[in-house]
Design a protein around this ligand. Sequence first.
Ligand code: DC
Length: 234
Amino acid sequence: MRKIVVAIDGFSSTGKSTIAKELAKTLNYIYVDTGAMYRAVTYYALKNGLITDEELNKPSLIESLDKIHISFKYNSEKEFSEVYLNGENIEDQIRTLEVSRYVSPVATISEVRKKLVQQQQLMGKEKGIVMDGRDIGTVVFPDAELKIFMTASAETRAKRRFKELLERGHNLSYEEVLENVTTRDKIDSSREDSPLIKAKGAFEIDNSFLAIEEQVETLLKLVDRAIKKGPIIK
Ligand code: DC
């Protein structure tokens, strides 16, 4: 059967990754979490003293880009690919609120985006991929056969993220998480390079009140249609 590219974009904590992972598993496609790649660069910056006194040293980070190697390795127990920075598994380290605080400023840097976008385009060359992020349908794969734009209210998203962080043992308040979610929305949607916008031809799904199974079911129908029909022109 013809394989396609599924591009999923949307605001932070819309549950994109959960849905994308499920979809990829069902279709036997590769899943790539591009947010994890921006988080990996941010983690590198934090670890290497490129963020001090809440200040990001952009020129030093740009200079260090050649030393940052990001890869993914499939974990058969967890049933998804974990992210590695220079050979070290950093899947847990990149999910902290500290990384979340600095990742949006890091993602505004064009040199960072150029490097990661190139790698993402290579990963999708053979199709059969579900990729989620902020610019997948607009910049990385503007010709993707299926584009999805996921939304949910900031409060719904902050509640989900708060629960997830608590479960991971982080000690923080709901207000801090809400503040992080809304600040990231603002930076991600207003940055100059590749702002988060709904791509042309994208299907919008507000999942505030949708169960995971319902969303996957909807997406599977759209995938089926896209495979049969080719690119969807709206
Ligand atoms: O999906 P996430 O919350 O893990 O993404 C973390 C940040 O990375 C997000 O605030 C914006 C940035 N990002 C981006 O600019 N482009 C992407 N394709 C993916 C993420």
